[in-house]
Write a protein that binds this ligand. Structure first.
Ligand SMILES: *Cc1c(COP(=O)(O)O)cnc(C)c1O
Length: 365
């Protein structure tokens, strides 16, 4: 079986460095917000090209804290894509604000900038963009709208570490950005971890307190904060893996271009890259096919594991019952046809060739 993602193989490439990191944190005697978190934060900020990076517990917290720090809450609206992983939307709901769903561009699956303006109301405070599957959103028209209506831009970069839009890394394209280092992401920890990037001095100062009980100084609390800190043990592991991120992303680009150039089947729709090759880091290689169950069964029989990102759109989830009757036909269609092929920095080229051969022989009939 060709597995969808071999995380063990990915991490074992760093076995010695990881074991060394654990030993070094153990011997430091300092286990929360120590030197390793500080070093990772400055290295990750340098990588993204932002003034600041702040380690937090996970990607959902990163987004939730940003929204909180912007003072967005009950009565406020935040534009979010209808076609995304639900965490982006949960971050808005968790603050008591109202997510307003906007349909995707059916070629890139990212939020359609043309459809945003008609959803802006006097209550709108921010646009939360998601660089889905690793591809940067088309930010220019979104920035123009944010300027025109005085809205914040929040980036969900959980799938797009290292993607570049018009010369800048994602995480440096709006007012603040949330990253996830969940193990399966392009930069993954050995557990939960996340970060916020921003160039905003006062936002950064507030977030530093918010992630640590609202405290800027031990036992003095400015805000009713959270406990959401990046683990000191995860930080050196992330520092090690960050050194290989560009190389890993480049390998993913190689796999994706092989798929793009060699998959040739009238029943399969390939993904589309809009803003140049560096704008996509291929967290997910998603194709579309109309008889999906059939395709997945065939791939399984041929020994290839696939996944669906994601099977149920957010507005059809039980958690958002109040939206179940709303129609977002583009997001629904994408959710019903999408299938993700294996892609990773450790997927061998023989496997990639085999996957292509198998797909090219597929017929639903
Ligand atoms: C993974 C992911 C998140 C959540 O990150 P966690 O670290 O799992 O909390 C948020 N948004 C998107 C688009 C994601 O893929």
């Amino acid at each position: 079986m060709i597995p969808f993602l071999d995380l063990k193989k990915i991490n074992l490439r760093h076995e010695e460095a990881i074991l060394q990191s654990v030993r070094s944190v153990l011997h430091s005697g300092w286990y929360i917000l120590g030197e390793e978190v500080k070093k990772f934060e400055s290295e990750f900020a340098a990588y993204c090209g932002t003034k600041y990076a702040l380690g937090v517990a996970n990607g959902l917290d990163a987004l939730e804290l940003i929204i909180r720090a912007f003072g967005i809450g009950p009565g406020d609206e935040v534009i979010v894509p209808s076609n995304t992983y639900i965490a982006s939307i949960l971050a808005v709901s968790a603050n008591g604000a109202t997510p307003v769903l906007v349909e995707p561009d059916p070629r890139t699956y990212n939020i359609d900038p043309q459809k945003i303006e008609s959803s802006i109301t006097p209550r709108t405070k921010a646009i939360l963009v998601v660089h889905l599957y690793g591809q940067s959103c088309n930010m220019k028209p979104i920035k123009d709208l944010a300027q025109k209506y005085n809205l914040k831009i929040i980036e969900d970069c959980a799938q797009a570490h290292g993607a570049i839009y018009s010369g800048k890394k994602v995480g440096n394209l709006g007012d603040a950005a949330g990253f996830s280092f969940y193990p399966g992401k392009n930069l993954g920890a050995l557990g939960d971890a996340g970060a916020i990037t921003t160039n905003d001095d006062s936002l950064y100062a507030e977030l530093q307190a918010l992630r640590n009980y609202g405290s800027h100084k031990k036992y003095e609390n400015l805000f009713k904060g959270y406990n959401s800190r990046l683990d000191e043990l995860q930080a050196p592991i992330l520092r090690e893996k960050l050194r290989f991120l560009d190389q890993d992303n480049e390998y993913r680009r190689g796999v994706s271009s092989y798929y793009m150039n060699h998959i040739n089947n009238e029943h399969v729709i390939l993904p589309c890259v809009e803003e140049g090759p560096l704008s996509h880091v291929w967290h997910v290689f998603a194709i579309r096919t109309s008889q999906r169950d059939n395709f997945i069964k065939y791939m399984n029989e041929m020994g290839i594991q696939t996944m669906i990102h994601y099977p149920i759109p957010p507005h059809k989830q039980e958690a958002y019952k109040e939206w179940n009757n709303l129609a977002f036909p583009l997001s629904e269609k994408i959710h019903s046809e999408i299938v993700s092929l294996p892609i990773s920095p450790v997927l061998g080229l023989e496997d990639v060739r085999r996957i292509v051969e198998v797909i090219n022989e597929y017929s639903p009939y």
